[in-house]
Design a protein around this ligand. Structure first.
Ligand code: ADP
Length: 248
């Protein structure tokens, strides 16, 4: 049996599922990963998962940060393909990733392609913490099967048009930059935090994102060389492009 079939069967048995979730094999596997709480997955599962995810990645084009200029850049694309020191994930306050099979959020994509060790590590972090994660903080895991070395997990605000929303969103960016810098990392990639399901208007959110990064580089930075904002749609990219032209 090949690795993906093995993983699908294993996760079906583990979750007591007899029906198929998803159409293609890759979608079946991703859907099963999405719903799995990794309390006690076997080492053999993680070995096979790594082979499957590495093979999926080998068919995609990795974007190497070395090709970007120093300072702040914007790029259109999928953040899970960025070879950087750290990518930032836009999470909810449970911090365990998205449990909705094949959901289109960035949290789902990052967990699906990094693998279940990320949720396993976050379960331990959250158990030790004993309460939900507050907005604007930052927790770290390895990147596992992603091209990036690390993932920072931060909770953006659900937009309510309050002053606190802007403070929380700024903190997501600021605390991630500070943590990367303290860890002596040189490159970081951000998605557009809170501007999807959490409803933050992208014009306002992009201003906070770019101004926080610019200020950080100018005033506090020691180690960071490249900061990239990765936008998933053409429309979001244009908003960030206009904003960056205004800032510089
Ligand atoms: P939030 O709950 O913080 O709003 P979402 O994931 O719903 O998070 O959306 C945040 C942004 O991430 C949206 O602009 C969405 O289009 C974008 N996004 C979704 N998938 C990816 C991905 N694979 N890479 C980069 N950005 C993504």
């Amino acid at each position: 049996m090949n690795e993906i079939d093995w993983c699908i069967n294993y996760l079906k048995e583990y979750n007591h599922i007899i029906y198929n979730l998803g159409d293609t094999k890759e979608n079946q596997f991703r859907s099963l990963m999405n719903i799995t709480m990794p309390y006690d997955l076997s080492d053999e599962y993680y070995e096979k998962e790594e082979k499957v995810l590495k093979s999926i990645l080998s068919r995609k084009t990795i974007i190497d940060i070395i090709d970007f200029d120093n300072g702040i850049s914007i790029a259109k694309g999928d953040i899970t393909l960025f070879k950087v020191d750290v990518i930032v994930n836009a999470c909810n306050s449970k911090l365990l990733g998205c449990f909705q099979p094949l959901h289109k959020c960035v949290d789902n994509a990052i967990h699906s392609f990094a693998g279940l060790k990320v949720r396993r590590d976050l379960m331990e972090i959250m158990d030790n913490q004993g309460h939900d994660e507050a907005n604007g903080l930052c927790k770290v895991t390895k990147g596992y099967n992603l091209p990036s070395k690390y993932i920072f997990h931060t909770v953006g605000p659900i937009y309510n048009n309050l002053k606190q929303d802007a403070i929380d969103l700024r903190n997501c960016y600021y605390n991630s930059l500070k943590m990367a810098d303290d860890m002596k990392l040189e490159s970081i990639a951000f998605p557009s935090i809170s501007t999807g399901i959490f409803g933050y208007p992208i014009e306002k959110a992009s201003e906070i994102a770019i101004n926080t990064a610019k200020e950080y580089l100018e005033k506090e930075n020691k180690n960071l060389k490249r900061i990239v904002f990765v936008l998933f749609s053409e429309g979001d990219y244009s908003v960030y492009e206009r904003r960056i032209n205004k800032a510089y």
